[in-house]
Design a protein around this ligand. Structure first.
Ligand code: PGA
Length: 251
């Protein structure tokens, strides 16, 4: 039985005060949910204050990105510094990083290795563009992003990794993948992990769906057998919407 994860990616939104207000609201209303994991990824500036505000709750703090090494890399953040400020996880390979900041599979692979060796859990994002889907290349893209992004990781490393399937055409567009499209992609990813690692690791790996998850579509998505949670962008910025998503209806 895989424990569901509902993760909020706040992207480049929320001042410290706004972030604290949202986090306190969520903490008060989500603390009764002990059978799911809640992860929040605020902007870097809000991490330290949120770590303090959430230190008596089970909500996990995550970075939205990291750089693979430390030193003279102006403007970057390392896994060790994320840990230092209270993060237990980090999002790596988000499509906005891949497409707006031209991050390659190889660079993403370096970041994953650095984050895992610093003791962070990783939410590894993959997903096809609309053109790739229309050209019937979805599975090919998912396979190459997964094989290249996870190259060289052993079974123990895979146990600390969560995959997020985020079709690029569904992110921030209001256009969600249908339940069937999402389930088909998740099943494909799980089968691929079984081939790459082994079937028990694949069965235990949480695969989240991301891309315009909202209160009115979460129940259908979460009813799919290979969808183990959601990575939520826009709807995670409003307490009411995120709480409703975290309280998705169980079968
Ligand atoms: P969205 O973003 O929910 O606003 O589509 C999802 C994501 O980017 O993780």
């Amino acid at each position: 039985m895989r424990t569901p994860i509902i993760a909020g990616n706040w992207k480049l939104n929320k001042t410290v005060d706004e972030a604290l207000a949202l986090a306190r609201d969520l903490k008060g209303k989500l603390s009764a949910l002990d059978d799911i994991e809640i992860i929040l990824a605020p902007p870097f500036t809000a991490l330290a204050p949120l770590a303090t505000a959430l230190n008596d709750s089970a909500i996990v703090l995550a970075g939205q990105n990291c750089y693979p090494t430390e030193g003279a890399f102006t403007g970057e953040i390392s896994p060790a510094l994320l840990r230092d400020v209270g993060c237990r996880a980090v999002i790596i390979g988000h499509s906005e990083r891949r497409h707006l900041f031209a991050e390659s599979d190889d660079f993403i692979n370096q970041k994953i290795k650095a984050a895992l060796s610093a003791g962070l859990k990783v939410i590894f994002c993959i997903g096809e563009t609309l053109t790739e889907r229309n050209e019937n290349r979805t599975f090919e893209v998912l396979e190459s992003q997964t094989r290249n992004g996870l190259a060289g990781l052993d079974r123990a490393a895979m146990c600390r990794l969560t995959v997020a399937y985020e079709p690029v055409w569904a992110i921030g567009t209001g256009q969600t993948a249908s339940n069937e499209q999402a389930q088909e992609a998740h099943r494909y990813i799980r089968n691929l992990l079984a081939k790459m690692v082994d079937s028990s690791t694949a069965e235990n790996t949480r695969i989240l769906y991301g891309g315009s998850v909202k209160p009115d579509n979460v129940d259908g998505l979460m009813a799919q057998s290979d969808i183990d949670g959601a990575l939520v962008g826009g709807a995670s910025l409003k307490a009411g919407d995120f709480i409703r998503i975290a309280r998705f209806k169980r079968n």
